[in-house]
Design a protein. Sequence first.
Length: 228
Amino acid sequence: MKNKISIFASALFVTSIALLSSCKDEALDVKSQASILVTHASPDAPGVDLLVDNTKLNSSALTFPNNTGYILADAGMRNIKVNVTGTSTTVIEADLDLTKDMNYSVFAVDSVSKISAVVVTDDLTAPAAGKAHVRFIHLSPNAPAVDVAVASSGAVVFGNKAFKEYTAFTPLDAGTYNLDVRVAGTSTVALVLPAITLESGKIYTVFAKGFLGGTGSQALGAEIIVNK
């Protein structure tokens, strides 16, 4: 009986080791990934492709002022390229060290002759009840520094942001807002943003786009990204 117990115990031990080893192997197989959202914010640039380590991730051309939505990429040092759609012509290239489970936004900005990238990390922590999170990014190449204010009260929500500058995600009460984009420190309204609806629990990026004095699709305006 003693021998049988010893044999059973040994078999159980071996089985346990095998199971632990299997679990460890499965854990190692789980990829460490980060999320990247790319936005085409260069008013006069053509459509582009997004490549990570020379693998194209978008199925159709990314055009101004649209975005890819979040795309998963392996964590670690990644080579990011933005190419003119359907070509090997690279207009932006950067090596980004992506951290596991982090979220990033990459904006292709400026006029096509000076195109560059703005890279920011995205804190997608859920807003408190009744709140939305909003950030503002100034991506109009030739517009002056601006304030973003509530039209009805004049209260400044985001103050004195110049080209390529941005705010943190800021909690605001859910609701519908009429906003004025004003030349920083003045009451001069450069752009009116009527009826901006912020839903409870949502996270948004608002960015200034186009050229001051631009026309058609390149006119000064604003775009809203729903990050989450």
